[in-house]
Design a protein around this ligand. Structure first.
Ligand code: 6GU
Length: 221
């Protein structure tokens, strides 16, 4: 998958150079290009924002730099995503759908918002990461990209995916690694037993118990 990110804050995306995503990029499963919207401004001072018509608080991102930044990367196979608190809520289902796309373009908004003509021209898929407001689209874009990339075949093992929280509608069971006894805090005996059937049963039980305690709303679905 190719992902092009359009932003006024390219530095924010250094997180994507870490660990699993770094490996995905190195193995060719994922290509991520970051573009500074400012580079596309035709204004002599590279201005990318202006006051809202009709008045109101703050500044809006202007349509022209974004229009040119999108057209610089747009192909017949592109899907345009705009992180926005008014978008469709990110979910496992949405992330799995987006992971099948061959090219994603992220438009990251800042200031008080974006000139609405960007939406009228490109009709992007607006995606929200929750019912709260962040100062910009960069963090949500990284959250969405991280969530999507885990569903791209080969990025992480299919076993990890099938056992993690939400994959079966339940939260993941507790996990332990060595030492088996840390200052008297012991790993449950069943995990040391070598009996796979019993381990599986224990994990299913724990998943259900944890979900009932922490997220009973998941069980109602
Ligand atoms: Cl996607 N953007 C912003 N700015 N705030 C948010 C959001 C997105 N999702 C939740 N809050």
């Amino acid at each position: 998958m190719i992902i092009d990110i359009l932003t006024l804050f390219p530095e924010a995306f250094s997180y994507l150079d870490n660990s699993i995503l770094k490996r995905a990029k190195e193995s060719g499963l994922l290509e991520i290009n970051i573009h500074d919207i400012r580079d596309f401004s035709l204004d002599k001072h590279k201005k990318c924002d202006d006051y809202p018509f009709g008045g109101g608080a703050g500044m809006l991102m202007s349509v022209q730099p974004i229009y040119d930044a999108v057209n610089n990367v747009l192909t017949d196979h592109s899907k345009i995503v705009m992180p926005s608190p008014s978008g469709e809520k990110l979910s496992v289902t949405l992330a799995q759908e987006l992971s099948k796309e061959e090219h994603l373009i992220f438009i990251c908004g800042h200031y008080e918002g974006i000139d609405h003509r960007v939406n009228e021209i490109f009709n992007p898929l607006e995606v929200s990461i929750g019912d709260y407001v962040l100062t910009g689209g960069e963090l949500p874009a990284m959250v969405i990209i991280d969530t999507i990339s885990r569903f791209i075949e080969g990025v992480i093992s299919s076993e990890s995916l099938s056992e993690e929280s939400f994959s079966n509608g339940l939260l993941e069971y507790p996990q332990y690694t060595r030492p088996a006894n840390f200052m008297g805090y012991k790993v449950p005996d069943v995990l040391l037993s070598g009996n796979h059937a019993e381990v599986d049963n224990w994990r299913k039980e724990q998943s259900l118990k944890k979900t009932m305690e922490k997220r009973p709303d998941l069980l109602k679905k």
